[in-house]
Design a protein around this ligand. Structure first.
Ligand SMILES: C[S@@+](CC[C@H](N)C(=O)[O-])C[C@H]1O[C@@H](n2cnc3c(N)ncnc32)[C@H](O)[C@@H]1O
Length: 338
């Protein structure tokens, strides 16, 4: 595949490089802001699951331009430095990381918490659901050295496990947000997403679901935009207590059928904005000419680095697929270890 082919297929990838953003995701946050004016009056913000850092770039430019802004960015992966952004490398499901984030906002809470996080998916739904459940349980059992096993599929709460990185972020948000603050989080619009909305509505006066133009239609990704942080009376934020237990919401069990919460769905980004599901020619505007632009900031320590080095040296073992072997040899083909 040529180095320009992705520029053709993914116009936001290309524009991100040309505009100096570290990732195409920058456009998602920019289009959300166009619609909801997320950054108005914001001086302190948290970017959860921030690497490689395009949302932090947007935040630091929009709210930290005068040097007065305060952005804290957190990710499992190392991230190249960004001016005006405090970086924490850590797992947001770990108590130690959550405490480190919270201490930056003690006495001076945040106006905005954003979270674009999703655990790596394997494509095997049961495994992905299981891993996400472990992410959730790591929060609910901060002292436990080994998270307990959970059944696959649905939790006893009646909540599918497909969008659980959001509640962890929500738990952190309840510690750092000021009243009236805003929380924006990536969600997957799975079958039970209405339950997630109902939970968010417990903490925010307005919750809606937004799909920026730069987020592919073919993806079930969307963003919960929660405004007006207003926790229930008597609520005490507690990192050791998962918000998913619904004990803050006595009416939770009645959220079925016609009484379930339906939040507005808003597409954002001008209709004339590029369509993320289309392929575009390399010359976007007539006569503008095409010039290849390298990525703004390649990942500094990606998990696949070793494989890339081995490949360059021609030392990466080629995978042997059973279908490539004569039938007589299939039995002796080494099988991948589970
Ligand atoms: C889609 S990327 C975020 C892109 C980012 N918003 C940007 O604009 O550059 C998702 C990130 O979530 C991070 N992540 C996933 N699970 C995490 C966890 N438990 N704690 C911290 N970061 C996590 C991944 O390392 C990955 O960098």
């Amino acid at each position: 595949m040529g180095r320009t082919s992705k520029d053709k297929r993914d116009v936001y990838y290309r524009l991100a490089k040309e505009n100096g953003w570290r990732a195409r995701s920058a456009f998602k946050l920019l289009q959300l802001d166009e619609e909801f004016q997320l950054f108005q009056g914001v001086t302190r913000a948290v970017d959860l699951c921030a690497a490689p850092g395009s949302w932090s770039q947007v935040l630091s430019q929009k709210i930290g331009g005068q040097g007065s802004g305060h952005v804290v960015a957190v990710d499992l992966q190392a991230m190249a430095p960004l001016p005006g952004v405090i970086q924490i490398q850590g797992d947001i499901t770990q108590l130690s990381t959550a405490k480190e984030i919270i201490q930056h906002f003690e006495g001076c809470p945040a106006d905005l918490v954003v979270c674009d996080g999703a655990p790596d998916v394997t494509g095997l739904h049961d495994v992905d659901e299981y891993m996400q459940a472990q992410l959730l349980l790591a929060v609910s059992n901060p002292g436990s050295p080994c998270p307990p096993l959970v059944p696959l599929g649905h939790l006893s709460l009646g909540f599918t496990l497909s969008h659980l990185s959001c509640p962890q972020a929500l738990n952190i948000a309840t510690h750092v947000l000021k009243p009236g603050g805003c929380f924006v989080a990536k969600i997957f619009r799975g079958r039970d997403v209405t339950l997630l909305y109902s939970q968010l509505r417990v903490f925010f006066s307005s919750v809606l679901c937004a799909k920026p133009r730069s987020s592919r239609n073919s993806s079930i990704e969307a963003f919960a935009v929660c405004r007006g942080y207003d926790p229930p009376e008597g609520f005490v934020a507690d990192l050791s207590r998962p918000l998913l237990d619904h004990s803050y919401d006595p009416d939770f069990n009645q959220l079925d059928g016609p009484t379930r919460i339906i939040v507005p769905f808003v597409t954002c980004g001008d209709l004339s904005a590029y369509d993320s599901d289309r392929s575009y020619p390399l010359e976007l505007e007539d006569g503008s000419g095409y010039k290849y632009t390298p990525p703004t900031q390649p990942p500094i320590s990606p998990p696949y680095q070793e494989a890339c080095t081995l490949k360059k040296k021609g030392q990466l073992a080629k995978e042997i697929r059973p279908q490539d072997c004569p039938i007589s040899q299939v039995d002796v083909v080494p099988q991948p270890t589970p």
